[in-house]
Design a protein around this ligand. Sequence first.
Ligand SMILES: Nc1ncnc2c1ncn2[C@@H]1O[C@H](COP(=O)(O)OP(=O)(O)OP(=O)(O)O)[C@@H](O)[C@H]1O
Ligand SMILES: [Mg+2]
Length: 214
Amino acid sequence: MLITEIKCENLSKSFSGKNIFKNFSFNFTSGSSAVITGRNGSGKSTLVKVISNLIQPSKGKISVKINDKQIPGTDYFRYTGLVSPYLNLYDELTGIENLTFFYELKSDGKSTESEKNERIEFYLNKVNMYERRNDVIRTYSTGMKQKLKIAFALMNQPEILILDEPGSNLDKEGKDLIKNICDEQKEKGLLILATNNDREKEYCSEIINIEDYK
Ligand SMILES: Nc1ncnc2c1ncn2[C@@H]1O[C@H](COP(=O)(O)OP(=O)(O)OP(=O)(O)O)[C@@H](O)[C@H]1O
Ligand SMILES: [Mg+2]
């Protein structure tokens, strides 16, 4: 297993002068897993976006190291799989087209055509969406879109897996799948889970209440 470390030092985020969280310091390391919890609007997704380098913190520093090598912010996405309500797939492309497009972007053309196809097929099957792979996303149900987002996050086998409300719109089978994915990720990398769901909160070894950083 690669040694992955995300070091957050005194992170603060405010929007138009309104403080969302402040002085958040935490070391996430591979082999560990953490839940970010807190009420609706408390700042879970905002912290996830800062950790994923989608937005910048107002103050503080975040650094990512893999096997002691510093990863530039612009490259985080290659090592990160993110499932979140604010990440959208291309509605007019099919499931398999969405996955193929982003697989290539993330892997930087480093895998062969057959490796790519095998990998995408594997993850489509894992989320039980293989049968619908040639349908455009706009025709998917909400739960199906969520499942495709999960395949999307997993297909590059990221060192860092960040799940923001992964169970939303999923049925029992989908929620069991989330449990299985979390267990697998804990074996091979780092897992960060933002949720208020009591069952999901049990999946991680550490718990962060974002309301402690107001
Ligand atoms: N781009 C933005 N501009 C201004 N305010 C924002 C922005 N993004 C988030 N906020 C505010 O930051 C606060 C935290 O929002 P956030 O989405 O992080 O909460 P959350 O804990 O993820 O909530 P939920 O449980 O509903 O998903 C909210 O008050 C929200 O309105
Ligand atoms: Mg949220």
